[in-house]
Design a binder for this molecule. Structure first.
Ligand code: S3P
Length: 426
């Protein structure tokens, strides 16, 4: 699908975003393992989170949904059934990596695969700790999907993550659910802690002390009624749009503000973004609130070390903002960008250059000088949802209509994106 994006005048209005992708995945998996029926409001309708539900259904879990509420009839810790065919995680790294922790502990063998992009993403990072726990996993070339996971009884481990990855942390913690004793994961930098919060919501005992997260095995997980907050990573596209387009003023309601994710707001505010957060409250252990933003020139900034890890999903759209900022954007320590849904350093650079914007690329980051103008262009998502949305935002600031090829990739996390963007531009 090709989407044409017209340059915008002011973006104005109030929006409520679809459910957070990271939290939805975790609720989908843990509700399946709980005893009883969980009701989840605002579960993400994005293709990735639907892939998680499809995998859980393939493992014998009954799931009903009417688009607003998702009812998951949990089967208990030992209730999953061997799937008939291969499970399909689609485009979703979170699905294959986190679910593998659960599959490794089953009394059956599972094969799990994904689309072309997922088939190129490294799985060694989960295979290593799961093998240490006693699992036997076969992968294409030893590290790529499809995976054949021969489930077996696992034992608790103490694991130091070599990369900052919430997916890998969650994989090991989910495997730890099935072990006797305590499994501990040490993180080099703090990553999103939605798994820890969700595990506690379902009744597991999880401790978190200075980057060491421990889970007590074999808990009785109990079904819950839960609400998924709006996705903060999806809000980034609208926050940046407001900062790009003069006269804009946007209210985003009910967004997740978990401190392990909200570095985005601090980074934007440090560059001069007039952001206000209102009505802060707690929902199911997660911080939630409303964000108000108005247009103002952004100064630019430097992203490096742990800040890079905390903002990894937002970097494509921040690159766009950097080009229009006063001082530009420098990103360092971001080699992980190269192994996301696309090589996001390459796909950001390609689209910026098509718009006449200059960028200097490094192995683990890039530099986008400030004060640049966007020219209308033929752009491509390269089938990456965040690239589709980041460059739709860039196109709002161009001198004429731009075309986004493979624009439907946005539906991986945010099927309503283009309609919502149009509703604010009209
Ligand atoms: C996610 C963790 C991050 C992030 C991804 C979602 C999660 O990936 O990029 O979009 O839900 O745990 P890594 O764990 O690979 O850093």
């Amino acid at each position: 699908m090709v989407e044409t994006i017209q340059p915008a005048r002011a973006l104005q209005g109030s929006i409520r975003l679809p459910g957070d992708k990271s939290i939805s995945h975790r609720y989908g998996m843990l509700a399946s393992l709980a005893e009883g029926d969980s009701k989840i409001y605002n579960y993400s309708q994005g293709a990735d989170c639907q892939s998680t539900l499809a995998c859980m259904r393939g493992l014998g879990v009954k799931i009903e949904t009417n688009g607003v509420e998702t009812i998951i009839h949990g089967v208990g810790l030992d209730g999953l059934k061997a799937p008939e065919g291969m499970l399909d995680a689609g485009n979703s790294g979170s699905t294959i990596r986190m679910l593998s922790g659960i599959l490794a502990a089953q009394a059956f063998t599972t094969r799990i695969t994904g689309d072309e992009s997922l088939s190129r993403r490294p799985m060694g990072r989960i295979i290593t700790p799961l093998a240490e726990m006693g699992a036997r996993i076969e992968a294409r070339d030893g590290k790529y999907p499809p995976l054949t996971i021969h489930g077996s009884p696992l034992h608790a481990i103490d694991y130091h993550l070599p990369v900052a990855s919430a997916q890998v942390k969650s994989c090991v913690l989910f495997a730890g659910l099935f072990c006797d004793g305590v499994t501990t994961v040490h993180e080099p930098v703090i990553t999103r802690d939605h798994s820890e919060i969700a595990l506690r919501q379902f009744g597991a005992e999880v401790e978190s002390v200075k980057g060491a997260i421990s889970i007590h095995g074999r808990p009785a997980l109990r079904a819950r009624e839960l609400a998924v907050p709006g996705d903060l990573s999806s809000s980034a596209f609208f926050l940046v749009a407001a900062l790009l387009v003069p006269g804009s003023r946007i209210a985003i309601q009910g967004v997740g503000l978990n401190p392990t994710r909200s570095a985005l707001m601090d980074f934007l505010a440090a560059g001069g973004a007039p952001l206000r957060v209102l009505n802060i409250g707690e929902s199911c252990g997660e911080l939630v609130g409303d964000i108000l933003i108005e247009h103002a020139p952004w100064r630019g900034g430097i992203l490096e070390k742990s800040a890079t890890a905390a903002l990894i999903d937002e970097i494509p759209v921040l690159a766009v903002l950097g080009a229009s900022s006063r001082d530009g954007l420098i990103v360092r320590d971001a080699a992980e960008l190269r192994i996301k849904e696309t090589d996001r350093i390459a796909t950001v650079a390609e689209n910026l250059r098509r718009m006449g914007v200059s960028i200097t690329v490094r192995d683990d980051g890039f530099e986008v000088p400030g004060n640049q103008k966007f020219h209308a262009a033929d752009l491509d998502s390269f089938t990456d949802h965040r690239i589709a949305m980041a460059f739709s935002v860039a196109a709002l600031a161009a001198g004429g209509p731009s075309r986004i090829h493979n624009a439907d990739a946005a539906s991986v996390s945010f099927p309503e994106f283009y309609n919502m963007l149009r509703s604010l531009s009209e």
